[in-house]
Design a protein around this ligand. Structure first.
Ligand code: AMP
Ligand code: MG
Length: 266
């Protein structure tokens, strides 16, 4: 288990977590080599998960703008057979989604047996941006922490393995990444001027994340607070956590349904 896993939220403080931590690996070259080994192993385990078909896995990716949620999906889960992966991206809700409870649009994307669902943003937005911008009355968003805990516990009790990653970047690193989006024409599509007004609410978001983690980190649905200023380290922590998680499931390939001994294909 990496030291970044939070299974009991009580007393959790974001300030105790350094976004620049590197797990003692030292540098990018060594880090990328570790990631390459882990992704090969993760691919093997995913194949087994799919064949085994007794478990399902939900991965939640959350983090500030530019924290690397998309990058993590591309890099940390590189090489997985897309047949067994479902990626769900949660943007600002549509009118129809807003007319329903906040979990209505989430639940259909929960994984099926043998599959991994990757959430790029999630139901946590409903206690993050919604809280920071007062999009619903306080009493409504406050009640959501318990609803989220119960929803995730239900998924876990029904056989879903849950890992929630908070990609923790520093305010300085976000400045550099936003600037890169402005400077590189190929990244302009990722940038909106509103990203800068969101950045002004940095402290409010950090507080909202801290409380979300405090209230929803459980043994069955832990948060992993990923030091993510270095992209290779972000991928390293995610891959390692996923490898350890799948290894703990005691996955096995199913026995053949028929006796195959002595059969030769001619
Ligand atoms: P991006 O991830 O940059 O494409 O932006 C998606 C935007 O949708 C972010 O600003 C999110 O905060 C916002 N968003 C996602 N879910 C919700 C939600 N439930 N309510 C309001 N805004 C949301
Ligand atoms: Mg954005």
């Amino acid at each position: 288990m990496t030291p970044y896993e939070v299974t009991h939220g009580k007393g959790f403080r974001l300030a105790d977590h350094d976004p620049r931590a590197d797990s003692g690996i030292g540098g990018k070259k060594a880090g990328r080599a570790e990631v390459a080994k882990l992704t090969v192993r993760l691919d093997e385990l995913h194949d087994k998960l799919y064949a085994d078909g007794r478990h399902k896995v939900l991965v939640v990716l959350q983090g500030m703008d530019t924290s690397g949620k998309g990058g993590a999906i591309r890099k940390a889960f590189e090489g997985l057979d897309p047949t067994g992966v479902h990626v769900a991206t949660f943007k600002a809700p549509t009118e129809t989604e807003l007319a329903h409870d906040f979990l209505w649009r989430i639940h259909p994307h929960a994984p099926e047996d043998g599959h991994i669902s990757l959430f790029d943003r999630s139901h946590y937005e409903d206690v993050l941006i919604v809280r920071v911008h007062d999009l619903v009355p306080q009493a409504r968003w406050k009640a959501r922490y318990a609803h989220i805990r119960n929803f995730e516990q239900m998924l876990a009790d029904e056989g879903t393995v849950i890992r929630k990653f908070f990609l923790h970047i520093s305010k300085e690193e976000q400045a550099a990444r936003l600037q890169a989006r402005i400077d590189d024409p190929h990244k302009h599509w990722k940038f909106r001027k509103e990203d800068l007004t969101e950045r002004e609410r940095w402290d409010d978001y950090q507080e909202a994340y801290e409380e979300a983690i405090r209230r929803t980190a459980t043994r069955d649905a832990p948060w992993i607070v990923v030091p993510a200023d270095r992209k290779w380290h972000r991928d390293y922590v995610i891959c390692r956590t996923m490898v350890e998680t799948l290894e703990s499931l005691d996955l096995r390939y199913p026995e053949p349904v028929q006796d195959l001994s002595g059969i030769t294909v001619t």
